[in-house]
Write a protein that binds this ligand. Structure first.
Ligand code: SF4
Ligand code: SF4
Length: 418
């Protein structure tokens, strides 16, 4: 057995806890999770059933932690977790799952299937069975601080543009600021207008905020690839920067995965509670609205809809806040079918966007989003996740659909009262 396979098997064994045991013991093989997963509904391939994606972890649990499995192991009767299985499952676990959480919502016995797939990734990555694109992104996150290789000078250049365009100052490394804003590499490189939008809104509302030059990246490739040690290291960088600047609240930007990583997984990863709060930018903006610090003018008359990012709406519970904000500037808002916590994924979360090999299946399953949009035919789509925004644009282009994507924060800034 190769050293990396041995490491992978040990990592899978370490993943087995009471939650995993309860999961596999209670699964009644009803198949309901299949109909909740866009990778199954759009391909009809039984291998894309969510429960099937956890097979390597199931085999380890059965063989090592059940009486029948232990007996079977003695007589060599168990199905093995070997290189062949891991190689076959790599695409199922990484390319055909966005960790969107939809399957976990429907399981009648309450199994968090998404968590099991996430745990399966831990063993796969340790054994060396992870996509090249995601390995590269994770290396860049550790070495450079950004999965896309965005260095501080690139951020500083974008900040300079914002300051020239708005005549406002973007506060950097301000000790004692109330809020510390994180950004995603996707925003810095592809949607830098969001920095200007936040600067304008916060300036108008009199918010005390800053960006840290030591920890500005929100995305966490360690979670996506399934290496908890790296995920914890990336969280710790943010914790250290927030401590150094004496920050009260860290703001996750328009990045669904970044929000999940820092708000819900962060304290568990580093093994202790944060001494600051974490809020998504949309939550902060809605708090400003409630406090009467956000005043807008003019209404959009075009038909707008909102794409609920999985990690913000379903996994994060931030569902009403974006709608409260959209209502401030839209008089023709329509909901997609299955909106809110049961919205369908853009198809590119959970590291799929960093994995070029998954492009084909990602675009194939975009049919589900197309069907949703065809029912309401919006003039434009608003999102609060830059990854969703980029890959919805990609999918729409592939399917010949001419529907613009808008950032919630940027659209709100355009409607700010003078
Ligand atoms: S988390 Fe989402 S993409 Fe992954 S198996 Fe479940 S429903 Fe499918
Ligand atoms: S929905 Fe739950 S019980 Fe049914 S097959 Fe999937 S994991 Fe098993």
């Amino acid at each position: 057995m190769s050293a990396s396979l041995d490491k992978g098997l040990n990592t899978l064994k370490e993943q087995v806890d009471s939650t995993v045991a309860a999961f596999f013991s209670s699964c009644v093989h009803c198949g309901m999770c299949a109909d909740a997963c866009l990778f199954y509904t759009e391909t009809n391939d039984p291998k894309n059933t969510p429960i099937t994606k956890t097979e390597p972890l199931r085999r380890i649990w059965k063989s090592e932690y059940t009486l029948l499995g232990r007996i079977g192991k003695i007589f060599g009767l168990n199905k093995k977790v070997d290189e062949k299985l891991l190689s076959e499952w790599e695409t199922l676990v990484y390319d055909s799952c966005t960790l969107c959480g939809r399957c976990s919502m429907v399981c009648p016995v309450g199994n968090d299937i998404t968590l099991m797939i996430r745990k399966t990734r831990e063993g796969m990555a340790a054994a060396g069975y992870a996509p090249e694109g995601l390995i590269g992104a994770t290396k860049r996150a550790v070495e450079i601080g950004s999965p896309m290789g965005v260095k501080l000078p690139a951020l500083q250049a974008q900040i300079k543009h914002v300051e020239e365009n708005t005549g406002l100052t973007v506060p950097v490394d301000v000790e004692g600021a109330e809020y510390m804003l994180l950004l995603s590499s996707m925003e810095i490189m592809h949607f830098p207008e969001i920095i200007g939008a936040i600067t304008k809104i916060f300036n108008k509302a009199g918010v005390s905020w800053t960006i840290s030059t030591e920890a500005f990246e929100a995305t966490n490739s360690g979670i996506q690839i399934g290496v908890s040690d790296i995920a914890a290291e990336l969280v710790q960088r943010i914790v250290d920067a927030a401590k150094k600047l004496k920050i009260k609240t860290v703001i996750s930007p328009e990045c669904g995965h970044g929000y999940m990583a820092i708000r819900w997984e962060g304290p568990n990863l580093i093994g202790k509670p944060f001494n600051f709060k974490v809020r998504h930018i949309v939550e902060v903006l809605d708090e400003l609205r409630k406090d009467g610090r956000l005043k807008t003018k003019g209404m959009e008359t075009q038909k707008l809809t909102y794409h609920d990012p999985c990690q913000i709406s379903r996994r994060g519970g931030v569902i009403n806040e974006p709608r409260n904000l959209i209502n401030m500037f839209s008089e023709n808002f329509v909901e997609m079918p299955d909106h809110g916590k049961m919205n369908w994924c853009c198809g590119a979360g959970g590291g799929v966007s960093a994995n070029e090999r998954a492009d084909k299946i990602r675009l194939e399953v975009f049919q589900r989003k197309k069907d949703q949009l065809d029912e309401i035919k919006p003039d434009a789509i608003i999102s609060a996740c830059s990854n969703c925004r980029a890959y919805l644009e990609d999918g729409l282009e592939e399917y010949g659909m001419d529907i613009p994507l808008l950032s919630l924060t940027e659209t709100l800034a355009e409607h700010l009262e003078d």
